[in-house]
Structure formats: structure tokens, C-alpha cells
Design a protein around this ligand. Sequence first.
Ligand code: SAM
Length: 237
Amino acid sequence: MGAGRIHAADHGSAALNPASMDFDAARRRMVDEQLRARGLRDLRVIEAMASVPRERFVPADLHHRAYDDCPLPIGHDQTISQPYIVALMAELLALKSSDRVLEVGTGSGYAAAVLAELAGEVFTIERHAALAQRAQRDLAALGYEDIKVRAGDGSLGWPEAAPFDAILVSAGGPVVPESLRQQLAISGRMVIPVGHDPHSQRLLRLTRRDADHFEEEHLAAVTFVRLIGAEGWGEEG
Ligand code: SAM
């Protein structure tokens, strides 16, 4: 049985002891069974997903589920996204090694680490200061000291660091924030879950063709936590 299918209900299994788990093997199975099997093909993304240790971004009591095919809780009512979704969004961004990328919704820092494997510079912003701090610490411990992490409202972007070649929004808003649109470079790509229902969205890819024109592609149906902020949902939803 793949580690990705081990659930907390399997009490007594030796595989539940994180010390006895082979995370490298679990990561390889995740890549084969959750990414390649679903059609993801970008080799750079596959390699990034095969190299970032997801177990280092999930709470210790969930280490045994680090490669499960689902989001996992990380505290503050937030989640680390499903591996497939992280890989899909990264593939849709078509990143080059020189790109400057903004991520909105740092959460655990996992997606930021994947982006850092693919791009030149990564900026990531998280509204929960405690999560931002923990992500920064965990990223630095893995050698990702160059990722810039900030606590704040990412629906407003990171104006001083703009423009960005790519923007990945890891939380779902009712509309595409205008601030984020304007911080996209010409030819830049943004992938964002958008929907008027706070509990279900559609993944949208925007490509900025020139100052005023954005190509929009409506992709898979997804479920993300809410983007809360001045250009997202209000605190109360
Ligand atoms: N990318 C993360 C990871 O790899 O662990 C998962 C992100 S989680 C699905 C979404 C995150 O977006 C949450 O941590 C949430 O607090 C954050 N968030 C929601 N609204 C935000 C905003 N306006 N600015 C910054 N972060 C926000």
C-alpha cells in the first residue's frame, strides 16, 4: 500500500511510525500515482515535486500522511494544499528559471519551496503572522533562505517588488484582485481560484497580453480556503 493511502485509522501499522517511514519512496509514489497518472508532464515541475520534502511542512502528528492525496491541516484553520494542486498550478504558470514569482497564501511554505525550485526569485505573503513566521523558519532550515516571506494582506499584492512574471494565488477570492492584475508583467501569468461561492471556485489562468488586455482561461473546478482581505472576502465571509 502506498504511503499516500495510509490514514490515521490504520492504528498499529508499522508505517504509522514516522521514524520508520521511507519519505523518499512515498514522495516518488506521490509523483507517479498522483501527478504523472493524472497527466502532469512538465519535467521541471515533476522534478521539483520529487525533491521538496513535504513532510517538513506538515505538523509532526501528520508526518505519516505527508504524501496523502489531499490537503492537510496546518493550524489557524488553514491547510497545506493537495500535492496535485500545487503541481498543476506550477505547471500552468510555465515558469522559467529567471522568473520573479509572487505567491499569495504562504501557509506552510511548501508551495513556495516548489516555486523556488522552478523560478529565480520568490516572494510569498501570508495574512496569519504566525504561519508566515513558521514558514520562514521551515524554509530557511531547508536552505530556502532567499525566499522573501512577509505577513500581510496578499490580495493587495507586494507593490514594491512588482512587476512579477508569475503570480500564484493559493486561496480563493470572489474576483481577481485588481492590485494583482496590475502587478503582473506583460506576458506574465497568474493562476488563481475564483468563485462567488466561498466554498467552491474555478481555477483561472490570466495572461497579460499588454497593459490593458488579459487573456482568461477557465480551468478545473477546485476548493480552496478563502482569500480574506481588502480585495478578497471579508472576515465574516
Ligand atoms: N500554499 C500553501 C502551502 O503550500 O502550504 C497553502 C495555502 S492555504 C490553502 C491558503 C493560505 O492563504 C492560508 O494560509 C491563508 O491564511 C492564506 N490567505 C488567505 N487570505 C490571504 C490574504 N489576503 N493574504 C495572504 N494570505 C492569505
